[in-house]
Design a protein around this ligand. Structure first.
Ligand SMILES: Nc1ncnc2c1ncn2[C@@H]1O[C@H](COP(=O)(O)OP(=O)(O)O)[C@@H](O)[C@H]1O
Ligand SMILES: [Mg+2]
Length: 547
């Protein structure tokens, strides 16, 4: 479909669900205001549904790219009202599978060999089919059971077209919604574009999986299936098939006698290990991507698939997160606020007390609840919301992390409702902060940065010489300017001197002329005092002054 036509279709769907209600007509140009008033959909009754549900239905009708966008939006609880976020979280992408012939064609095109040669068996019925890719099971000639993930044919052009239109819509939202700017629509669409385009590259997904697998190689916490690199390209990826229990299948997990408390706690531990030890975390921890290996029910292991979205925190983000989480959980809002100002995360003119009381106002009600109901993720949402209000720009990596934390919490509490995240998290965070400032931690960081410094060392003399040269030039220039100023000063002083001489001379000449005139001084003596005062004042005004 051509772009303008697609845009018209989008607008038609939006208007059918009466989403124009979100717009503030006063912000529209006048012709658009009139158009809105006489729009034909006004004749029809609005669907009898709350606004969140109408938005969800409209997105469902617009197809996979919009559905995925809505799913991502649902996690931005720091930006959206609760009712809308809840509805969007219910979005399902029920996309029909594409034909096995198409999958086979893409595999053969990518790997350059017929499927019969590549695999000992290829199952034509897909295991799963989603908006971007489809998964088939198969067997390698060596007997290994695998899954083959194939990117949907022609999805790339659909994504590019829809994302381009979303950019247009985002600009409209920013301009015409009463609260449009605060929703940061342009930024949100740009983030989404990066995520969805990344998902088109299965090579990248496979690389993420490899890295995560390596990070947890010797751990009982989580298992990541192995990638078969010889069979992996941009549009096709082959990995080891796993046979875990879906994490949502509580019944089977219970039947097997799985230690659910341990499992829930391990989820939290995996998360904090990924974030603070590796600074590399699986950021798509929704239940469809998580399985459990309960072959030893007392010692269960997670299995994670679908590593398309990963997050990574900078040293700075890690520090920000650890210090603030500890501060919030100790209810030390003063420390949280002070950190924000001292570290320059908010502008220097921010009043610590204002930030502190804003944080207190949102966090205190949360701490009223029993610890098993307190949501870490929600506290982070509040922290970021407050920080934004005070003009801090929250990094996308932190937002991704907050979303993942909400997922982990949701998952953990489903498995074990009394889960106390703080029990697992606190020792972890305290150890991390301690280690960071221990002599060993310092040495480790020095060691990490030393190669960069060594790399830059040979350029150092040159840089120093450059800067010396620059400062010499600067000095030279300022000397010249000083000389010019001195000249100017002299010229001005000389001019003043001449003016003073001229005034004195004219007064003297005046006096002489008066004295020489017939009746000379007599006439002057008869002038009223006021005239003399005026002459005096005039002379004072003419007298050159410096200042
Ligand atoms: N290695 C695997 N072994 C077994 N099943 C898998 C494996 N990888 C994926 N699946 C199944 O396929 C589904 C979709 O795969 P996933 O990688 O999550 O794709 P998508 O990006 O479309 O969500 C998963 O939810 C899971 O049921
Ligand atoms: Mg998935």
């Amino acid at each position: 479909m051509s772009r303008p036509l697609r845009l018209v279709r989008i607008l038609r769907v939006f208007s059918r669900y009466r989403l124009d209600e979100f717009i503030n007509p006063a912000l529209l140009p006048r012709p658009a205001q009139w158009a809105l008033k006489v729009a034909p959909w006004r004749l029809r009754r609005a669907p009898d549904l709350p606004r969140g549900a109408r938005l969800r239905k409209a997105l469902e009708e617009l197809g996979p790219v919009f559905i995925k966008f809505g799913q991502m939006l649902s996690t931005r609880r720091d930006l959206l009202p609760e009712d809308i976020a809840d509805e969007l979280a219910r979005l399902q992408d029920d996309v029909p599978p594409f034909g096995a012939e198409q999958a086979v064609a893409i595999i053969e095109q990518s790997l350059g060999r017929p499927v019969d040669e590549l695999f000992a068996r290829f199952d034509r019925d897909p295991l799963a089919s989603a908006s971007v890719a489809q998964v088939h099971s198969a067997q390698l000639p060596g007997g290994e059971e695998v899954v083959v993930k194939v990117i949907r044919p022609d999805i790339e052009s659909v994504i590019r077209q829809d994302v381009a239109l979303m950019h247009t819509l985002a600009r409209w939202v920013q301009r015409y919604l009463p609260d449009g700017r605060r929703l940061r629509p342009v930024e949100v669409v740009a983030d989404y574009e990066l995520v969805i385009l990344d998902e088109l590259d299965l090579g990248r997904e496979a690389a993420n999986a490899s890295q995560l697998r390596r990070n947890f190689e010797d751990s009982k916490l989580v298992y990541i299936p192995e990638v078969y690199w010889d069979y992996t390209r941009t549009r096709v990826c082959v990995t080891e098939r796993i046979h875990g229990i879906p994490v949502t299948d509580l019944e089977t997990l219970r039947e097997r006698g799985t230690d659910l408390k341990l499992l829930a706690e391990r989820g939290v531990e995996i998360f904090f290990t990924q974030v603070f030890r590796d600074s590399f975390f699986h950021a798509d921890m929704h239940p469809g991507n998580i399985f459990v290996d309960a072959s030893d029910p007392a010692d269960p292991t997670y299995i994670a698939v679908d590593c398309a979205i990963v997050g990574s925190l900078s040293d700075f983000d890690q520090y920000y997160l650890a210090r603030n989480l500890l501060g919030i959980f100790r209810r030390d809002y003063h420390e949280v606020a002070q950190l924000h100002v001292e570290c320059g995360w908010v502008p220097p003119h921010t009043r610590v007390q204002d930030f502190e009381s804003a944080m207190r106002a949102v966090c205190e009600p949360v701490f009223e609840k029993p610890i098993s109901e307190i949501s870490f993720g929600q506290l982070l949402v509040y922290l970021f919301r407050t920080a934004r209000r005070f003009d801090m720009s929250v990094q996308p990596s932190l937002v991704l992390l907050q979303k993942t934390l909400l997922n982990i919490e949701g998952l953990g509490r489903q498995l074990y409702p009394q889960l106390n995240l703080w029990d697992t998290a606190q020792p972890f965070l305290e150890r991390w902060v301690q280690q960071r400032y221990s002599p060993q931690g310092m040495i480790k960081r020095l060691q990490r940065h030393a190669p960069t410094w060594l790399e830059q060392l040979p350029q150092l003399p040159e840089a120093v010489m450059d800067s010396l040269q620059q400062s010499r030039e600067l000095e030279q220039r300022s000397l010249q300017q000083q000389q010019q100023l001195d000249h100017l000063q002299e010229a001005l002083t000389a001019r003043d001197r001449r003016r003073k001489q001229a005034i004195v001379a004219s007064v003297l000449f005046g006096a002489a002329a008066l004295a020489a005139a017939p009746g000379g001084w007599q006439w002057a003596m008869e002038l009223p005092a006021i005239s003399w005062l005026l002459v005096g004042a005039g002379l004072l005004l003419l007298w050159p002054r410096r200042g």
